[in-house]
Design a protein around this ligand. Structure first.
Ligand code: 5AD
Ligand code: SF4
Length: 432
């Protein structure tokens, strides 16, 4: 009988994909089967995030919770970004943990499970050409890693310390994975990396001549692939060729996540983002002009050290100008190993909260206007999920969540929907 694996995944889509790789390796090489019940599991894994402080604190209370309910003899492993940056300290703070396996060391999972107190946290470890076994949470939408790590070293960000330097994954591995996914029924490819549009700058072994735009074109030629999304491009690398391919290629979904972080030049410089407010506006406004229905989403950090009222207003101005369809906004969180954590003029938490709610309130006003304009629009939706009361939900090409009456046989199909009742969180509609 197979052993049981429970896995809890925190954080970003790259972590979701790492968890899929872990599940694939363990189920195919060690005969584990997934369970959703931690008390039944022989192996409990927590795939952690360390981009902000909160999830790190939560980790140790989670471990405590699992210790209380786990089966006798069951193992606990801590994986992901917090495993990378805390390493052996995790054993000190939680002695019942059996192994620690950092991001970028995922291919060592079978070894980790078998080796007492295994620790694998080498951020220079190269698994860019490791062919992982295959497992996916969704049949219709396939995550595919195209690069690992990040070279940018933005001054607030811990990621380069947990996922190491940037390496592109060889094209043939990406291509084969995409073909396989599409043969198994995937309609949508979701390409993942910290700076996807810097693809092709550095491979560890091969010397391929390929950039992100060419990669998109080649993947769009695969039979059966109907949609391509990706996350996240960096504004600095949003060159004209990229905007052109994004706009012209019908398989590329018309939603672009372009992390702004701040609208103030002084703060962008202190963050070491490598672009100015003017460059960002130029790229985003050019895209709005080129691509009529594009949705632009972004990440914004408020209260970075030294952020003045003026700097914050600059951010609000960019928000007013670009009118983002979606904003992921965060209070700045000082992270170990980062330059910004030791900067003077850290902003008090109450002021940070105030700025965050000001930003979110302004964006909600913009969003209400954007959403109201969706009424009676016809959009194409890839249905992925059954909802209560015979409803099905999915994403429109430009990434709005859309829900309509329907049933199981609609899952995995792309169908036209006429929006009748647009709300902030979901657009309700009828099949055309
Ligand atoms: N504090 C707050 N937000 C952060 N992010 C990254 N590091 C921090 C930090 N120290 C945000 C950025 C990034 C997103 C994934 O998380 O906006 O784009
Ligand atoms: Fe972090 Fe900046 Fe790299 Fe994004 S680009 S992962 S924010 S260092």
């Amino acid at each position: 009988m197979s052993k049981k694996l429970f896995i809890q995944t925190l954080g970003c889509n790259m972590n979701v994909r790492d968890s899929e790789h872990i599940i694939a390796e363990l189920s195919q090489k060690e005969d584990y089967a997934l369970t959703t019940e931690p008390s039944e599991a022989d192996l409990i894994l927590i795939n952690t995030c360390s981009v902000r402080e909160k999830p790190v604190h939560k980790l140790f209370s989670e471990i405590g919770g699992f210790e209380r309910i786990k089966k006798r003899g069951a193992k606990i492993g801590v994986c992901g970004c917090t495993a990378s940056h805390l390493g052996a300290e995790i054993f000190k703070r939680a002695p019942t943990v059996d192994f620690v396996l950092g991001a970028r060391n995922v291919s060592k999972i079978t070894q980790a499970v078998k080796t007492p107190k295994f620790i694998g946290t080498d951020i220079n470890y190269d698994e860019s050409d490791f062919a992982f076994a295959d497992f996916r949470n969704s049949i219709y939408k396939s995550f595919i890693n195209i690069m690992i790590g990040c070279d940018k070293h933005c001054t607030y960000c811990i990621v380069p310390h947990t996922r190491g330097d940037e390496l592109s994954i060889p094209f043939h591995l990406i291509y084969n994975e995409a073909v396989k996914a599409s043969e198994k029924g995937a309609k949508e490819l979701f390409l993942l990396g910290q700076n996807v549009n810097n693809y092709g700058k550095r491979f560890s072994k091969t010397h391929e001549k390929m950039d992100f735009s060419d990669l998109l074109i080649r993947l769009s030629e695969i039979k059966g692939v109907e949609r391509i999304r990706f996350q996240s491009p960096h504004p600095l690398h949003a060159d004209d060729k990229f905007l052109e391919v994004f706009t012209q290629n019908p398989k590329i979904c018309k939603c672009l996540h372009l992390p702004l972080q701040s609208g103030s030049n002084a703060i962008l410089k202190a963050m070491k983002r490598g672009y100015s407010r003017q460059w960002y506006l130029n790229r985003a406004l050019k895209l709005r002009k080129m691509c009529e229905n594009v949705s632009i989403s972004t990440d914004i950090i408020v209260a970075f050290p030294g952020e003045s009222e003026e700097d914050f207003k600059d951010t609000l101005e960019v928000v007013n100008e670009i009118r983002f369809e979606q904003i992921f906004s965060f209070k700045y969180s000082p992270r170990p190993l980062t330059v910004a954590a030791t900067m003077p003029n850290q902003i008090p938490s109450e002021l940070a909260s105030h700025r965050l709610s000001t930003l979110q309130a302004r964006h909600n006003e913009i969003l209400d206007e954007i959403v109201a304009r969706q009424r009676f629009q016809e959009v194409e939706v890839l249905f992925e999920e059954l909802r209560e009361n015979q409803n099905v939900a999915g994403r429109s090409n430009n990434n709005f969540l859309v829900q309509t009456k329907g049933s199981e046989e609609m899952l995995g199909k792309i169908q036209k929907v006429r929006i009748t009742n647009p709300r902030r969180m979901v657009l309700y509609g009828e099949l055309v």
